[in-house]
Design a protein around this ligand. Structure first.
Ligand code: SAM
Length: 134
């Protein structure tokens, strides 16, 4: 008989979406995970994260178009987000009404960096169009 944790891992494995499936979700607008008003747990525990420090460099892996990035950047933190979906990043800039420029990422073929044109709290947002498998 399989241990409960074994079933849990298998259940997780079954739920893992491929990069192509994520890209399809973005292109179909199937982004119910997106929280228009930010993540309540991040808001609740912000003090623990920041711990009185200013000018933090905050990394958002799998960022989508999370509004929390702008929220933290507006506080003066430096934000870097990474997502496989270029559309997600472009929607982020459009939703936030922020201008950006695009640059290739040296050493990562096909990847692009989308960077805020005007500095707002030193924010920087990136999109890799090739994902690394781990
Ligand atoms: C559940 S969504 C969460 C998005 C965001 N953190 C939020 O809370 O709204 C997962 C995100 O991870 C991205 N993603 C999935 N696999 C990825 C990969 N291998 N590399 C980079 N981004 C990936 C998807 O495009 C999607 O935007």
């Amino acid at each position: 008989m399989e241990a409960p944790e074994g079933r849990g891992i298998e259940a997780q494995r079954q739920r893992v979406l491929s990069v192509e499936e994520w890209l399809r979700k973005w292109s179909a607008g199937a982004t119910a995970f997106h929280k228009e008003h930010g993540h309540p747990l991040l808001q609740k525990h912000l003090d623990l994260l920041v711990d009185g420090r200013s000018g933090l460099r905050i990394f958002f892996p799998l960022c989508g178009k999370a509004v929390d990035m702008k929220w933290l950047a507006d506080m003066g933190h430096s934000v870097v987000g990474v997502d496989v979906s270029e559309q997600a990043l472009k929607e982020f800039f459009a939703d936030q009404n922020l201008p950006y420029c695009e640059e290739p990422v040296p050493g990562i073929s096909g990847a692009k960096k989308l960077q805020l044109k005007v500095t707002v709290g030193n924010a920087e947002y990136s999109s890799t169009t090739h994902a690394t498998e781990s």
